[in-house]
Design a protein. Structure first.
Length: 294
């Protein structure tokens, strides 16, 4: 049985840990509110922009001319992996890493064997984990969450688009967590480039609409397609940011509960140990008194 000093030391340690987890939960809750507001404001705009792009592309004659829609044999692949910069957020980062490895095994196994799969890491945890697994990782934007803004995300999107149009990669996929609520994050592994061309049904009314483009359909699509891709990446980063704070809030809440349960057990052990020590001292005194009497 542990001594009273050891049990007291553990109680103090667990108390300190509980205070830290409570503070981290409160900080995560405050950050979650801001992150949630950001993604909720961005989603309608991103969805409407995607719908507009699909509608305009359906009515345009030159929509397939964009280099960002170029379909090539997939030899070299870039996977954009969005994780967090810090841990203590449950299985948030682990699930993204597992989804990335599963995507490579199921979809790009041949390219991976040739060493033609590269990781574009947004978030330090993903970069560190995938680097340890021997993968080629681009770490140019691992600290993006420390300076999160559309301007910085736009730079990352522009670098990815330029690499694709220059022919460095034939396909770009995006792996991230979509924020649903505090306790639930949905993992997505979506095609980012080339832009998928969605065929409309023959009886669709929208397909029969004739559009008048001003200044021209080519100029509009040249402007709209890159902007849509930048917004798409920004939305994924905002989703991941909100998901991270939700996951951390949930993890810290569970850690606080576990610390409370551990404190109850330790206090029970402490009281039992203290009672045993007192009983032992009483027995020794009684035994000594009996010995003197005899």
């Amino acid at each position: 049985m542990a001594s009273l000093k050891e049990v007291r030391s553990r109680i103090v340690s667990v108390n300190s840990t509980q205070q830290i987890t409570k503070a981290m939960k409160m900080v995560a809750a405050a950050k979650l509110r801001r992150a949630q507001d950001g993604i909720m404001q961005m989603r309608p705009y991103a969805q409407k922009l995607s719908e507009m792009l699909a509608t305009v592309s359906a009515g345009a004659e030159t929509s397939g001319d964009s280099p960002l829609k170029a379909i090539r044999p997939v030899e070299k692949v870039l996977i954009v992996v969005i994780t967090s910069d810090r841990g203590l957020c449950g299985a948030f980062n682990t699930n993204i890493i597992k989804a990335t490895l599963a995507l490579i095994d199921q979809k790009y196994a041949e390219q991976a064997r040739k060493g033609n799969v590269e990781i574009f890491a947004i978030g330090k945890k993903g970069a560190e984990s995938l680097t340890r697994r021997g993968m080629l990782v681009n770490i140019g934007y691992t600290d993006l969450f420390g300076r999160l803004s559309f301007v910085n995300v736009k730079l990352a999107a522009e670098e990815i688009m330029k690499a694709f149009t220059d022919g460095r990669y034939d396909a770009v996929d995006l792996v991230y967590n979509e924020f649903k609520n505090v306790a639930t994050q949905i993992i997505h592994a979506d095609r980012y480039l080339p832009i998928p061309t969605e065929a409309r049904p023959a009886n669709s009314k929208k397909a029969e609409v004739n559009y008048i483009f001003e200044p021209s359909e080519e100029e509009i699509l040249t402007e709209l397609i890159p902007k849509s891709l930048k917004i798409q990446l920004y939305r994924a980063v905002l989703d991941s940011n909100a998901s991270e704070q939700g996951a951390r809030m949930t993890a810290m809440d569970k850690a606080t509960e576990n610390a409370q349960e551990l404190l109850k057990d330790l206090k029970l052990v402490y009281n039992r140990t203290r009672q045993a020590a007192i009983t032992k001292e009483i027995l020794e005194i009684v035994g000594g008194a009996e010995a003197l009497k005899n």
